[in-house]
Structure formats: structure tokens, C-alpha cells
Ligand binder design. Structure first.
Ligand code: URP
Ligand code: ZN
Ligand code: ZN
Length: 483
């Protein structure tokens, strides 16, 4: 019997903290050796001239989820996770929503059934749209089962929670050691602007950006930070798009608050000009918050470099543009506010970050690993099983060809959405091999991802998101005690 099931030979192992030329030995789905030279395996993969990095952790993607803005998700767990694997990602965290007025447990059981078709490992955030007594009383059990992150929306009529509901969600999260993730935009301001724009006859996709300018995002980010500070609740702010929102986060982090934040590839490459395109083209870039300007794009890179924005996720939200149940669920000529929000991006996430980040010299390789894998693994309690190529970690690995130039086209991708917003864009750097718990699922253009291979990752409590125990007054509002 061979000592290893698989050896990755001759590559450069890159982790978030370091980089070393070494062979990687894998047995029973885990990394068991990293050394100058290994031998004795059933299979070897030659990685010379390539980077051997932890598989991507995409902690924000919408798969088989009822939509917030109309339309039906184009992807299934099978197609979504297959395309993620082809893009170098080996773990995802997606969303099980509560419907307003209902409990969450039945939805969650159903969601677990659907996810059994996943080709890579997965975990769930629980979306709380209505923190009723019934939901608040079921959450301790559900968090205890390993659904250790909640999500709340500050906008979208079907999802939006107000400030008192936010405090209630923070209370249950803090009492049960869960992280809260947040879609931060000012709902009333968006509704007001939308009504005004529509009344003025301004209905095209370009006005999506006008109804939600950066100030709307900045205000909500400021407010959610204040509420989190009041409750001493760690949060992650989703999809930061603009300098002023990132600056609020930087200031909060500098005060020592546990405020974490992500951005997404679409905010590095799409701009509001992409919304101002004729026919269906504008809808292909329509997502929330809205794409901004090149100035904001370069600001986002500088907030990545300084560590303010620690994670880049896809926010994969797949809606077809050519079928009546997708983006255009409200009809071909629907106004901007009735077009499903979101862009597909599981497969292109890591290549875009590599190409726009590493290949252009904006970030180094370690930062690439940190923002696409290690930091999300740490933040969501998956580390060091995920997010690192180290002895004892799951053998979730991507082998990267930094030189390979690929022009993105819909026919090259493996998702089930009928378009990509990045059609025709040439990227430098592409994953050539993806390995999930020791199983090669993507290699040299061939997919061998097996539906059902992916396992649910239950997340136990972890120190990274422990509250600080610091409140604005000597009173802990969660326990009701003096501190
Ligand atoms: O436009 C987006 N991001 N759609 C998905 C739902 C959300 O807002 O996260
Ligand atoms: Zn969102
Ligand atoms: Zn999202």
C-alpha cells in the first residue's frame, strides 16, 4: 500500500502567511505531509511552475434560494458547486432564509435536502427576515446545530428589518455565539428615490445606481456599526462597494470593534456605466449595492491592502436574462426596481481577483490567499480545516497557473445561468486543478465533480468572533447585568 493517495509535486505552496517550494502529501482526504521531496503515492500531479494554494472559501453565495427581488435562482446545488469547483473554490456558505411570518426550521430541513446534491463542502447562514418570538426561540437550537451565522437585510421589502429588530437579532446572536452578516443599505432612502425616479419616467437599468448612491450605503454601514457597538456584537458587512462605506469600517476597526467586511469581484470590474447599456445588457450588471466608478474600484483595492476589507466573495446571485422566470420576471420592459438583483460569479471569483489583483501588482500572492480563502475560513469557523495547506487540514487545494490567459465566455463556464457579466474579458491566471478532500474534481479542463460529494460543515463556537465584553455603558443589555 502506498504511503499517500496523492502527491502534488514540485509546486510552490502559498498560504496566507508564507510561501515555500514543497511537495504536498495527501492521505484519506487530508494533508499529511509537506516536505522538500515526497514519494510513494498512488497518483502524482506535477505542479512545477504553479502555485499550490488552499481551495477557495466563498462565504456569500445564493443557491436555490427564494429571491428577495423576484425571479428564480437559475442554479442548483449541483450546478453551482460544480462551477465553483471549476473556478478553484472548495467550500461555500449559502443562505437558508426565513419567510416573514413563518418559522425557519421547515425551510432549513428542506434546504439541507437540496444541498445533498452539492459537489463541494458547504455551510449555511440563516437569513432572519422577522425576528418573531417563534424564530427567536428556535434559533438557539439551530445555531447549536452548527448554523453559526445569521444574516440580516437593512433593505428589500421582503427582507428588511428595522433598527429594533436588528437589536433583537444581535441579542440572540450574542447569547448564542453566532456572527451576524449584514446587507447594509438605507431602505427608506432607496424607496423614496425609486418612487421619485419612476414618477419622473426614469425607469431604465441605469437608474438602479441613482436610487442607491454611495451615501445610502454609507449611512447604513455607519448605523449597523453603531448598533453592533451598542450590543458588543461582532458583524461582517457584506458587499462593500465604495470608499465612504469602507472608511466607516476602517474607523470602527481602529476603535477596536469586531467589524469585518467583504467586497466582491463585480465591484472591481463593473461600473455604473455597465448599467447604462441598451436592451438586456444593463440588467446583466444589475446587482445591489450598485456597481460604482473606477475611483471607487481603486479605493476598494487600497482598503483590501490595508486589511479593512478582508474577504472577497462572489455574492453569486444567478438569474437568467433570457427566460421569463429570471431577471425579467416582471416582463421584458420592467422598470429597474422590478428586475431581479444579482450577478452570477462562483466560477469567476478567484480568477478575477487573481487577474485584477495579483497579475496587475495590486496585491501579493499571500493577500490573494487571505482574501479568497483563509480569512473567510477564520471568520466563519472553518479554519484550519479549510483555508490553509497545512498538515492536518482537509486536502482542499487549488493548483494555479499564473500565466494562463483566459477570455471569459459563457460557453467556457460550468454554471447554469444563461450569461456571464464578464463576457469577453481576458483574465490572467486560472485554476488548473481543484481538489476537494483529496478528490480531484477539476483537472486540465475536465470536470469530475460528483453530486453528493460535498458535506455539510457544522460550525462549533470559535474564539475569532468572541465578543469583546466592552459596552458603551457599564451595563450589558444582553445579560441585563452590570459589567
Ligand atoms: O444583488 C444582489 N446582491 N443580490 C443578491 C441578494 C443580496 O443582496 O445579497
Ligand atoms: Zn446583499
Ligand atoms: Zn448576497
Amino acid at each position: 500500500m502506498s504511503e499517500y493517495d496523492l502527491i502534488i509535486k514540485g509546486g510552490t505552496v502559498v498560504n496566507a502567511a508564507d510561501m515555500v517550494k514543497a511537495d504536498v502529501g495527501i492521505r484519506d482526504g487530508r494533508v499529511v505531509a509537506i516536505a522538500e521531496s515526497l514519494s510513494g503515492a498512488d497518483r502524482e500531479i506535477d505542479a512545477s511552475g504553479r502555485y499550490v494554494m488552499p481551495g477557495g472559501v466563498d462565504s456569500h453565495c445564493h443557491i436555490e434560494q427564494p429571491s428577495s427581488t423576484g425571479g428564480k435562482n437559475a442554479e442548483t446545488f449541483e450546478s453551482g458547486t460544480r462551477s465553483a469547483a471549476c473556478g478553484g473554490t472548495t467550500s461555500i456558505i449559502c443562505f437558508c432564509p426565513q419567510e416573514k411570518g413563518s418559522t425557519i426550521t421547515p425551510m432549513l430541513r428542506d434546504y439541507h435536502e437540496k444541498a445533498k446534491k452539492a459537489c463541494i463542502d458547504y455551510s449555511f447562514h440563516l437569513i432572519i427576515n422577522d425576528p418573531s418570538d417563534a424564530v427567536v426561540s428556535e434559533l438557539p437550537g439551530l445555531i447549536g446545530e452548527g448554523h453559526r451565522s445569521l444574516k440580516l437585510f437593512m433593505t428589500y421589502p421582503k427582507n428588511r428589518v428595522d433598527d429594533s429588530e436588528i437589536l433583537r437579532i444581535f441579542e440572540v446572536a450574542r447569547s448564542n455565539e453566532a456572527l451576524v452578516t449584514v446587507h447594509a443599505e438605507n431602505h427608506d432612502a432607496i424607496m423614496y428615490m425609486t418612487d421619485k425616479l419612476l414618477a419622473a419616467g426614469l425607469t431604465g437599468t441605469k437608474y438602479h445606481a441613482w436610487c442607491k448612491p454611495p451615501v445610502v450605503e454609507r449611512e447604513a454601514v455607519h448605523r449597523i456599526i453603531a448598533l453592533a457597538e451598542l450590543m458588543d456584537q461582532p458583524i461582517q458587512i457584506f458587499h462593500v462597494t465604495c470608499a465612504e462605506a469602507a472608511e466607516e469600517i476602517r474607523r470602527a476597526q481602529q476603535r477596536g470593534l469586531k467589524i469585518f467586511a467583504e467586497t466582491c469581484p463585480q465591484y472591481f470590474v463593473l461600473t455604473e456605466d455597465d448599467l447604462d447599456k441598451p436592451s438586456r445588457e444593463g440588467a446583466k450588471a444589475l446587482c445591489s449595492p450598485a456597481p460604482r466608478t473606477e475611483e471607487h474600484q481603486s479605493a476598494l483595492w487600497s482598503y483590501i491592502r490595508s486589511g479593512t476589507l478582508g474577504v472577497v466573495t462572489s455574492d453569486h446571485a444567478p438569474y437568467n436574462v433570457h427566460t421569463p422566470d429570471g431577471k425579467f420576471w416582471a416582463g421584458d420592459n420592467a422598470p429597474f426596481n422590478q428586475i431581479a438583483n444579482g450577478v452570477p460569479g462562483l466560477e469567476t471569483r478567484m480568477p478575477i481577483v487573481f487577474s485584477e489583483g495579483v497579475a496587475t501588482g495590486r496585491i501579493d500572492l499571500q493577500t490573494f490567499v487571505a482574501i479568497t480563502s483563509a480569512n473567510a475560513a477564520k471568520l466563519f469557523g472553518l479554519y484550519p480545516k479549510k483555508g490553509t495547506v497545512s498538515v492536518g487540514a482537509d486536502a482542499d487545494i487549488v493548483i494555479w497557473d499564473a500565466e494562463k490567459a483566459v477570455t471569459v465566455t459563457q460557453d467556457k463556464l460550468h454554471h447554469d445561468t444563461d450569461y456571464t457579466p464578464y463576457e469577453g474579458k481576458t483574465l490572467t491566471g486560472w485554476p488548473v486543478t481543484t481538489i476537494s478532500r483529496g478528490r480531484v474534481i477539476w483537472n486540465d479542463g475536465e470536470v469530475d465533480a460528483e453530486p453528493g460529494w460535498g458535506r455539510f460543515i457544522a460550525r462549533d463556537p470559535y474564539d475569532y468572533i468572541a465578543p469583546r465584553g466592552v459596552f458603551p455603558t457599564p451595563f450589558n443589555p444582553v445579560s441585563g447585568e452590570l459589567v
